[in-house]
Design a protein around this ligand. Sequence first.
Ligand SMILES: *[C@@H]1O[C@H](CO)[C@@H](O)[C@H](O)[C@H]1NC(C)=O
Ligand SMILES: *[C@@H]1O[C@H](CO)[C@@H](O)[C@H](O)[C@H]1NC(C)=O
Length: 360
Amino acid sequence: MASTITKWIFITILYFIVKPKILIQGQKQIPCSFFFGDSLFDIGNNNLLVTQAKANYPPYGIDYPDGPTGRFTNGRNIADFLAQLLGFDKPIQPFATASGSDILNGVNYASGASGIRDESGSHLGDRISLSGQLINHATTISRLGQLISPPNTVNNYLNKCLYTINIGSNDYINNYLLPRFYRTSVLFTPDQYAEALIQKYTLQLRTLYNNGARKIVIIGLGFIGCIPQELANFPTNGSSCVDSINNNVQLFNNRLKPLIDNLNTNLPGAQFIYINTTSISSGDPSAIGIKTVNAPCCVVSSSNGQCGPNQVPCSDRQQFVFWDNFHPTELLNQVTATRAYKATLPSDAYPTDILHLVQQ
Ligand SMILES: *[C@@H]1O[C@H](CO)[C@@H](O)[C@H](O)[C@H]1NC(C)=O
Ligand SMILES: *[C@@H]1O[C@H](CO)[C@@H](O)[C@H](O)[C@H]1NC(C)=O
């Protein structure tokens, strides 16, 4: 009898814990979600391109249900977690393979090695720059015209979607920081470069707005001076990171808040928000069980810093910040997505987080 009651109480508690989750699952908070960006968001758009920036081979995807898919991590990436948090029951499909009514849920345009500047990442091969991704978005919009009736309501549909953009890392990693391949560090001081990126980004964001986007999430750049690839290529002078790189990247990040303030003021109906990666990635990583912050989990190829094909990675992936020399593990992707969606600290998101943005 006692055990029956215990069981009943247990089941009741379980019901109340699990039930709200079941209700939320599959209940989309917005009709559609579009993703633009680089390898932090790419879920397979580079698979058919001629480039070294590919992740559709093992051990990439070792913790993903479908195995290697082109995601540049061991499991799900930030775009996957965000789609899940927004109530989509499957990932938003990559532009390269999205077909039919899939695109009603949105499209993921992100392409590994791509940047705000068209030339960023070109030494690795083909990639779809942010400008190219916006052209692909125009193609999606004309396809939506055949799926949504009457067609003159497409713009109204687009107004309700969420647009999340994670771009700019390759304008440093695969451009400014590689003087062997790119002349930008000769042509621009770090401050001039950050300003030039912001000017181009502003025009690209205006294009997105002109194509019907209203709720737009801009994700700031992380601590690029702390990624294993830069630790391997630049002296740290006793610091745990290459501080000069972090300082230069911060010149770009510092301009993102004024950028969205400007767009929110000048574009009617625009609701841009800024996700502060600096805030999200500050704090003690050991609090979530991380033991290794400066070395990759997989065995990286010395030629490009990506995982060597078929090499056995670390088994304790929950204890690493980095999966390869550039990309966070699934665990870190989950932390970033979760805090972007629902801010833990007030400094995580400005002026509000994604949860509140989609409720407005
Ligand atoms: C290294 O750090 C020391 C002490 O902070 C500083 O004096 C020196 O200029 C630094 N060197 C470089 C190359 O950054
Ligand atoms: C981003 O977070 C950092 C670290 O918490 C903070 O110093 C900075 O002011 C924040 N930036 C914005 C625009 O909120």
